[in-house]
Write a new protein. Structure first.
Length: 277
């Protein structure tokens, strides 16, 4: 009689089946633990973000100049009494950075009941006319559309196009760099033509920069280069006329060549209006 070699053994489970059962048990325990931890974290988060202990009694704002505290708080969507643990710091910073007058911002918690907002405001330099008028900062970046008050306060730059500006992190063109250099001279202490009395900077590709300053206005033809030296010569000329020729008024002055200054004086006979000094 043939024996059945495939006779099933009784009373023992296959090794691989016990292995799978053990893994399943461990996974189930792990998932249960994760579920418990998740509920604990959610409960803890809810407690922290609703607990009155973390309600803001102080919202400190640093770096204000033009902006007011209420403007910053409105921009950040914050108000006193907010739970500081419920504030999304990254989102709040993004809201602040969306304000045209804010160049940089940071937001941090100060436990247990305070928020600290720090802003760096834009420093306006001039209004640039590109068909539409915009305000630029000291780096030459556009940061807002110009309003009527801006046009009255800041010098206006004309004669440039969008291609002259620094867009998409590209370096500024040489012509625009010249304009910025002259405006930086106007920001220096004791400048002969401070930006506060500079009404306009006009750019001409052929003759360079022409300034319109003071209320008269005085027309100052600077040309293309060597602006610091030309400002020094202009200071000497204006000082001389203020001291020795106060009755005469300069209509325009050409400083293209600092060694050969040409000017036109108001109130003189026509044949004497052009002079070299």
């Amino acid at each position: 009689m043939r024996q059945n070699r495939f006779k099933r053994r009784r009373g023992k489970k296959p090794q691989h089946l016990r292995k799978y059962i053990g893994q399943g048990v461990r996974i189930s325990v792990g998932l249960a633990g994760l579920t418990v931890m998740s509920f604990a974290l959610i409960a803890g988060h809810d407690f922290l973000t609703r607990c009155g202990y973390f309600s803001a009694t102080t919202i400190q704002i640093n770096g204000l100049n033009r902006l007011t505290a209420s403007e910053v708080l409105n921009q950040a969507h914050l108000k006193e009494g907010v739970n500081i643990m419920a504030v999304n710091l990254s989102l709040t910073r993004k809201r602040l950075m969306a304000h045209p007058w804010i160049a940089e911002a940071s937001v941090r918690r100060q436990l247990p009941d305070a928020l600290v907002l720090s802003v760096i405001e834009q420093v306006p330099l001039a209004v640039i006319d590109l068909g539409r008028k915009f305000v630029i900062n000291r780096e030459g970046d556009i940061f807002k559309k110009a309003e009527s008050t801006d046009i009255k306060i800041f010098p206006i730059i004309s004669g440039l196009s969008y291609s002259d500006l620094s867009l998409s992190d590209q370096p500024v063109g040489s012509t625009f760099s010249s304009v910025l250099a002259v405006l930086q001279l106007g920001n220096e202490h004791g400048s002969v033509v401070p930006n506060s009395i500079l009404r306009k900077v006009h750019v001409d590709r052929e003759i360079g920069l022409t300034l319109f300053a003071f209320n008269r206005p005085l027309v100052i033809r600077l040309g293309h280069t060597n602006y610091p030296a030309k400002y020094k010569v202009l200071a000497q000329v204006l000082s001389y006329f203020n001291t020795h020729q106060a009755d005469l008024e300069i209509d325009w002055i050409d400083l293209n060549d600092p060694e050969r200054i040409v000017m036109n004086l108001k109130g003189e006979l026509t044949q004497k209006t052009d002079k070299e000094v």
